[in-house]
Design a protein around this ligand. Structure first.
Ligand code: NAD
Length: 442
């Protein structure tokens, strides 16, 4: 089958590459000439493990190509996917649907034969019906259907998630569209991966409900972690004990500096807005949004304590800026709250990240970028672990401590322990939801 994919961001590019690996002919379109130029050269504009090799393989096989020209991409396509951004609309928390609707109009102007217009972007309930109206208005004679196919891939593990999904959700309003969608996903269906077919509205809702639930789980354990610190409990032990309960599960129970990324912040805000608009306030989700902001601010207070009450004149090393490891995505990363507070308070901030520098340079003015953790630690008063990249998991802590002006470690990902820090010669160690120590106070 021929498929056109509109948008070559994290979702569009991964989906396009994986669909071509299923054996479909895929043409990916983007309106950003720099991205298409890179892709045509064989380079990948984002950091995603495994993507480059899979892309290369399918380009060579003649199943995958890239273009700025939607008409060319849609020529003979039986399905066109919309995988453009749906960021938070400035001012009101709604999902900004302008990119989705612009893509729908472009499709309407270009299409000639029957096709299914599939929304892969995360969109509020009712959007697919809106897409249908927009297309019908722009091209009344076009024979088409719409389908909702929300994406659940995680950045950093996107290929694996796409190829071996927990489930694929397909929302359709008739069998004709359902058949095209089933053909697209047949390779997964044949390998017994579950395909959940629903109406359009339920498919749209599943995506928001799933993301809000995961954000709630993370925020719940982060709030428990704050209480653990006060009452002398250890959140790692608490998570383990909770997670072994089959009804709860151990995923998304790792306490940290608050959720970030391209999805949870904007999707929780959008769900809260949908609730308000429909007079069913999403009170739990609203609380989650508020608590997550407080958790990020608590990280700043933690660092302030470690710096003796003021950032002014202090040197702070920061390990990691991306919102999680194995991605270069900086959208709504907790580092964007913490680092500006350090810089604004007068600290000299040295930052390192295996993939985040390219995005981070524009977003974090006033910091000094260094090559690795040891350079970040050099003459620092405090070292902060913001993102749990593998290369920060097995640091030579003795070497780090020796390099620092005052060896103090703020481990916001609970990678190390008081024991590790004491052995390495640190004078202070703090983490999330566990007791720390400080020889400075002794
Ligand atoms: N990033 C994730 O992990 C993830 C996971 C699941 C779902 N989603 C959802 O998928 C959607 C896309 O997310 P993303 O992170 O891939 O976005 P992104 O911002 O990385 O990429 C969007 C791309 O679409 C292109 N684009 C916009 N309008 C276009 C048009 N009219 N024609 C051609 N190209 C156009 C942009 O140039 C950009 O390259 C969002 O709704 C998001 O919520 C994202």
């Amino acid at each position: 089958m021929k498929i056109a994919m509109i948008g070559t961001g994290y979702v569009g590019l991964v989906s396009g590459v994986c669909f071509s690996d299923f054996g479909h002919e895929v043409v990916c379109v983007d309106k950003d000439p720099a991205k298409i130029e890179m892709l045509e050269r064989g380079d990948v504009p984002i950091y995603e493990p495994g993507l480059h090799a899979l892309m290369e393989k399918n380009v060579e096989a003649g199943r995958l190509s890239f273009t700025l020209d939607l008409e060319k991409a849609m020529d003979g396509a039986q399905a066109v996917f919309i995988a453009v951004g749906t960021p938070t609309r400035r001012g009101d928390g709604h999902a900004d649907l302008s990119y989705v609707m612009a893509a729908a109009e472009e499709i309407a102007r270009t299409a000639t034969d029957y096709l299914v217009i599939v929304t892969k972007s995360t969109v509020p309930v009712g959007t697919n019906r809106q897409v249908k109206q927009v297309v019908r208005k722009a091209n009344p004679s076009l024979d088409f259907d719409v389908a909702s196919n929300p994406e659940f891939l995680r950045e950093g593990a996107a290929i694996e998630d796409f190829m071996k999904p927990d489930r694929v959700v397909i929302g359709v309003h008739n069998d004709r569209a359902g058949e095209v969608m089933n053909d697209i996903y047949r390779p997964l269906y044949l390998r017994d991966f579950p395909i959940v077919t629903t109406d359009l509205e339920s498919a749209e809702m599943i995506k928001y409900a799933a993301n809000a639930f995961l954000a709630t789980k993370i925020t719940f354990i982060n709030e428990i972690a704050a209480l653990c610190e006060r009452v002398g409990a250890d959140v790692k032990q608490v998570s383990k004990g909770m997670g072994m309960d089959g009804r709860i599960g151990n995923k998304f129970l790792h306490a940290g500096p608050g959720y970030g990324g391209s999805c949870f912040p904007k999707d929780t805000k959008a769900l809260a807005r949908i609730g308000q608009d429909n007079a069913v306030p999403m009170q739990i989700t609203e609380a989650v949004i508020q608590v997550n902001e407080e958790i990020k601010r608590r990280m700043v207070d933690k660092l302030l304590d470690m710096c003796g009450g003021s950032f002014n004149g202090k040197t702070v090393g920061v390990l990691g800026v991306t919102f999680k490891p194995n991605t270069d995505d900086m959208r709504d990363a907790p580092s964007l709250t913490v680092i500006p507070a350090l810089v604004g308070g007068g600290a000299k901030v040295k930052v390192t990240d295996p993939q985040g520098r390219h995005e981070g340079e524009a977003l974090l003015p006033g910091v000094i970028w260094v090559e690795d953790a040891y350079k970040a630690a050099q003459n620092a008063d405090v070292l902060v672990i913001m993102t749990e990249w593998n290369e920060f998991r097995a640091l030579d802590l003795k070497k780090i401590a020796r390099k620092m002006a005052t060896p103090r470690l703020a481990d916001l990902r609970n990678i190390y322990s008081v024991r590790d820090a004491k052995r390495a010669g640190f004078e202070a160690y703090d983490s999330i939801g566990r007791a720390g120590f400080s020889r400075v106070d002794d």
